[in-house]
Design a protein around this ligand. Structure first.
Ligand SMILES: Nc1ncnc2c1ncn2[C@@H]1O[C@H](COP(=O)(O)OP(=O)(O)OP(=O)(O)O)[C@@H](O)[C@H]1O
Length: 374
């Protein structure tokens, strides 16, 4: 670079980033493309709240990193600004019991946490609903990662309390947005009959973004997050490709940030393909961590067992698995299929001499990388 006195080298107070925060997980993007129909469904369902009425409930489904939480956050930001509407988003991975969910709602209303012991659920519930009725507020609750309530067997009673609040406390108006990223969870089917009869949600499905959509979204992020000319099309193409392979947009956003930091670590003013390649393994591991985090205890146990019995036949793996759980073979097969679908294990049929066909289970990722994250 003839006209660059530093010869393309960054000085201490320079950065490739215009705004590094846009690559962090709590950042809500300004532009939110390719989710128009899902936003419309949500808006249509929640609209009655603005008029002081109980909204329709919504079931939001789709694989990890497809914009479910962001869509709800964006709508809640608008809805929460309307008079007479209170919005609360609960992360059920953190609050995975009915008491935990209502504690978060209580906290949002009263602006302090309820005592962690010594107050019954009934009392907590009563205080929440009375306040809503007094203030004439409609409550819209998003249960993010609702699958964790199912794993803890808390889903039916939580939804029951929320959805029948108007029967126990006339005048209470509550709507629920349930968000699940577990492809195997049939939310409605897994609820008690008494809840099924009141939970008849609208459906908003978030499919995996295709390659062009990923390129659009990451391109926006690059424009906002990096300085002009720092990252060219060929580099963006490669990040897009790596992201599309996992289907999880978070991988791409994380890759961009890490590649930027890597470029800075070698004092470069531009992010090059070599920076992306250098950090791609870490980004893949991020995806692995997220996949493992989203598993139930039983599923995680099976990953651990397969890690210890890599390459063995399904029947033998089951024997080892049965020592650690009391699940039958049918349920075991379902878990195997799910892990196979998530690309955590490979379950391949092989012909065995004289004994027909049997499945062999192998770990897809590096054993140590998996073990460290369990
Ligand atoms: N259409 C989009 N435009 C811009 N950014 C997006 C879009 N969709 C998703 N993102 C970004 O991708 C990341 C993951 O999105 P989000 O957390 O909403 O996914 P999710 O489906 O809720 O994932 P999970 O099921 O793992 O909770 C976030 O950083 C978000 O800002």
């Amino acid at each position: 670079m003839a006209d660059d006195p530093d010869g393309g080298m960054l000085s201490w107070d320079e950065s490739v980033f215009r705004d590094e925060h846009v690559f962090e997980i709590d950042y809500v993007p300004e532009a939110f493309r390719h989710r128009e129909s899902q936003l419309q469904t949500l808006q249509y369902a929640l609209q009655p709240a603005v008029r002081g009425n109980r909204p329709l409930n919504v079931m939001v489904r789709g694989p990890p990193g497809t914009g479910k939480t962001t869509a709800v956050q964006k709508l809640f930001a608008e809805l929460g600004g309307q008079p007479g509407v209170r919005v609360v988003r609960v992360n059920c991975q953190v609050d995975s019991t009915r008491y935990g969910v209502f504690s978060r709602i209580f906290e949002s209303i009263f602006e302090y946490e309820p005592p962690s012991s010594g107050i019954s659920f009934k009392k907590l519930f009563g205080q929440v609903t009375e306040r809503l009725i007094d203030d004439e507020e409609v409550l819209v609750v998003a249960l993010d990662d609702v699958n964790y309530l199912f794993y803890e067997n808390e889903a039916s009673n939580t939804l029951y309390s929320l959805l029948r609040a108007h029967e126990t406390h006339p005048g209470a108006k509550v709507g629920v947005v349930a968000i699940s990223s577990d492809p195997d969870l049939d939310v409605i089917e897994d609820l008690d009959g008494r809840v099924q009869s009141v939970f008849r949600p609208e459906e908003a499905y978030f499919p995996v973004y295709d390659r062009e959509e990923v390129a659009d979204i990451l391109g926006d992020r690059v424009r906002v997050g990096f300085r002009d000319g720092v990252l060219d099309m060929a580099v963006l193409d490669r990040v897009t490709e790596l992201t599309t392979n996992t289907g999880d947009l978070r991988v791409g956003i994380d890759l961009l940030r890490r590649a930027g930091l890597h470029a800075e670590s070698r004092a470069s003013k531009t992010v090059e393909l070599e920076d992306v390649e250098a950090v791609s393994e870490e980004a893949r591991n991020l995806h692995l961590s997220r996949n493992l985090d989203a598993l139930s205890d039983v599923e995680r146990t099976l990953v651990d067992v397969v890690a210890d019995h890599d390459g063995e036949q399904a029947g033998d793996v089951y024997d080892a698995f049965a020592e650690r759980t009391d699940l039958g073979y049918t349920r075991y097969t379902e878990v195997v299929n799910k892990l196979d679908q998530l690309d955590l294990i490979d379950a391949r049929y092989e012909s065995l001499e004289g004994r027909g066909r049997s499945r062999t289970l192998t770990l897809v990722h590096d054993r140590e990388a998996v073990k460290r994250r369990l």
